[in-house]
Ligand binder design. Structure first.
Ligand SMILES: [Mg+2]
Length: 267
C-alpha cells in the first residue's frame, strides 16, 4: 500500500523528512508586488550600521573586534588568546562586550567606545549607489546601532553619506542595553517618535529583527553576497529563514532602488 511506503522503506522515509526540512528552512520569498505593498506605507527607515550599511567582508568590523580584544587584554593583564575567549563569552552572554565589562568590572563606557572605534576607515569604499538609494526613500532615516554615535558618523561619512540620517541612536542612548533587548527598541521609538507600524528595519543579524517584526516593522535581513568574504562569526549569519524576516537581500542598494520610490511607480 502506497500510504505505508515510508514505513516500509526507511530510506524513502529519511529522504522525505529531509525534503520537508529543506522546505521548512527555505527563506520565504515574496513576489515583487508583495514586497512593494509591504513597504508602500513605510515612512521611517531604520538602519543598523555595522555589516549592514557596509559589506560584512569589509575590514572595519574585524578591526573593531581586534581592538576590543586588545582592550580586554590590557585591562585584565591577560594574553590575547585569553582575552579573545573572554570577549566572545561576554558577547554571547550579554550581547556586547561592553555590557559584560560593565556587569563584571567598573569601566568607563566612553573610554571603551573611543578605544575600540579608533580605527582607520580609509579602506572602506564609498558607496554612491547606496547613498543615492537611501536619499530616494520617502520620509525619515535613522541609524540604530550597538556601536557608538561617533563611529556611526565617521563610518557613514567614509561611505559618502553627508546628512542622510536624521539621528543615530547608539549604545549610550540605549543606556548601554544592546539590541535585541526589547527595551532598547522601545526607548528608540519613544526618543525619536517612531511609529513602528510605519517603519522598516534593516539588519545583518536576524535576531535583531525579532522585536521589530513583533512591533509591526517591515524587516529586511542584509546578508553578504556569496561572492565576498563574511567576517562575522559563523553562528551570527544564521536566521534568514526566520518567520520575523520579511525580506532577505544581499544587495541593499539594489533592493531599495527596486522599491522605486525615486521614480513614478508602475501600477
Ligand atoms: Mg550589524
Amino acid at each position: 500500500m502506497t500510504a505505508l511506503a515510508s514505513d516500509d522503506d526507511p530510506v524513502q522515509d529519511v529522504v522525505a523528512r529531509a525534503a520537508a526540512a529543506t522546505r521548512a528552512l527555505a527563506p520565504r520569498t515574496l513576489s515583487p508586488g508583495e514586497v512593494r505593498a509591504r513597504f508602500a506605507t513605510v515612512d521611517t527607515w531604520v538602519f543598523d550600521l555595522d555589516n549592514t550599511l557596509y559589506p560584512a567582508g569589509s575590514t572595519v568590523w574585524p578591526m573593531i573586534d581586534e581592538r576590543i580584544t586588545r582592550y580586554l587584554a590590557d585591562l585584565m593583564g591577560i594574553d590575547g588568546m585569553s582575552a579573545r575567549g573572554l570577549q566572545k563569552y561576554y558577547y554571547k552572554r550579554y550581547g556586547t562586550t561592553l555590557k559584560g565589562l560593565i556587569e563584571d568590572h567598573a569601566i568607563t563606557p566612553g573610554a571603551f567606545l573611543d578605544f575600540v572605534h579608533d580605527i582607520d576607515r580609509t579602506s572602506l569604499a564609498p558607496n554612491p549607489a547606496l547613498v543615492q538609494a537611501i536619499a530616494s526613500l520617502p520620509g525619515r532615516k535613522l541609524i540604530l546601532t550597538n556601536g557608538s554615535r561617533d563611529h556611526a558618523l565617521r563610518t557613514t561619512e567614509q561611505l559618502g553619506f553627508a546628512d542622510a540620517f536624521e539621528a543615530v541612536f547608539d549604545i549610550v542612548a540605549a543606556d548601554l542595553v544592546p539590541k535585541p533587548e526589547a527595551a532598547t527598541y522601545e526607548r528608540f521609538f519613544a526618543t525619536h517618535g517612531v511609529d513602528p507600524s510605519r517603519s522598516a528595519m534593516f539588519e545583518d543579524l536576524a535576531k535583531n529583527l525579532q522585536v521589530p517584526h513583533a512591533r509591526g516593522m517591515a524587516t529586511v535581513l542584509v546578508v553578504p553576497s556569496t561572492t565576498v568574504e563574511d567576517n562575522r562569526e559563523p553562528w551570527e549569519s544564521l536566521g534568514s529563514a526566520e518567520p520575523f524576516v520579511d525580506v532577505v537581500t544581499d544587495d541593499l542598494a539594489g533592493f531599495l532602488a527596486g522599491l522605486a520610490f525615486g521614480q513614478a511607480r508602475e501600477g
